[in-house]
Design a protein around this ligand. Structure first.
Ligand code: NAD
Length: 258
């Protein structure tokens, strides 16, 4: 018995990183998964490997959401789970951030989650209920210098999660958020995308950085976030809704004076 037997879950930004690990774990737990992304080659290849379905979905585009839901419906007949995972990060000082850059981050991270809830919740309702997991961040609960636009959108996702939980509880839809700290994906470790990068050197630099910053002394792994998303999608979290769940190795717990 898998923890997601019989479930149909759409995961955005699932071609790589945390979304990829969520897709792998959810399939292993019995779900039929719709892998959605803008990285078509990677998404198609992963779907083929897992026996899942790939759809091109730019989360910032409402028409793409309608097409993705229709594709999921024709492949599996319904959707009863959504993981809003897609996101982008840009580093900039607030006073130097061009308006276009700020708006682009809002459009993908914040509008993308809003559109996901708006488009998929009626499908989950029609399926008799289910779950939505939104990917916020450590930066959704505290400030982080030089990622102002990103931080603003991740705070907004926590707010959207709470409101959606209130409005959708009557339709048997639970809505929660994951708030990862530093996770070892291309987002926090762009050298993963650079074939010329010295991976050993980068790994050592990251180890040094996170051994100082994070109480548990290391960067997190995308597989660890996938396990939290599984918990919030499956029946083990049946009485939990409207909450942000921090997964950060203790980073947000406070500061150490020693
Ligand atoms: P990643 O960059 O490897 O993955 C992000 C995925 O989102 C990619 O597959 C990308 O193609 C996809 N994507 C980007 N724009 C899209 C769009 N408009 N429509 C559809 N897909 C789009 O990074 P990740 O760490 O796997 O990020 C997953 C989520 O976790 C993001 O929401 C990110 O903000 C969040 N997060 C990451 C960290 C971290 O340290 N890596 C920490 C906290 C939160």
């Amino acid at each position: 018995m898998g923890k997601l037997d019989g479930r149909v879950v759409l995961i955005t930004g699932a071609a790589r990183g945390q979304g990829e690990q969520e897709a792998r774990l959810f399939v292993a737990e019995g779900a039929r998964v719709v892998i959605a992304d803008v990285l078509d080659d990677q998404g198609e290849a992963l779907a083929k490997e897992l026996g899942a379905r790939y759809v091109h979905l730019d989360v910032s585009q409402e028409a793409d959401w309608h097409a993705a839901v229709a594709a999921a419906g024709s492949a599996y007949g319904r959707i009863d789970g959504l993981v809003n995972n897609a996101g982008i990060l840009r580093f900039n000082e607030l006073v130097s951030t061009p308006l276009d850059e700020f708006q682009q981050i809002v459009q993908v991270n914040q509008v993308g989650v809003f559109l996901g809830i708006k488009t998929v919740a009626p499908e989950i309702t029609a399926a008799g209920g289910g779950t939505i997991v939104n990917t916020a961040s450590y930066a959704g609960l505290t400030g982080m210098a030089y990622v102002g636009a990103y931080t603003a959108t991740k705070h907004a996702i926590v707010g959207l999660t709470r409101v959606a939980a209130l409005e959708l509880a009557g339709r048997k839809i639970r809505v929660n958020a994951v708030c990862p700290g530093a996770i070892d994906t291309a987002m926090s470790n762009p050298s993963q995308l650079d074939p010329a990068a010295n991976t050993e050197e980068t790994a050592q630099a990251l180890d040094e950085l996170y051994s100082k910053l994070v109480p548990l002394g290391r960067i997190g792994q995308p597989e660890e976030v996938a396990k939290l998303a599984l918990f919030l999608t499956g029946e083990d979290s049946s009485y939990i809704t409207g909450q942000p769940f921090v997964i950060d190795g203790g980073w947000l717990a406070g500061v150490s004076v020693i």
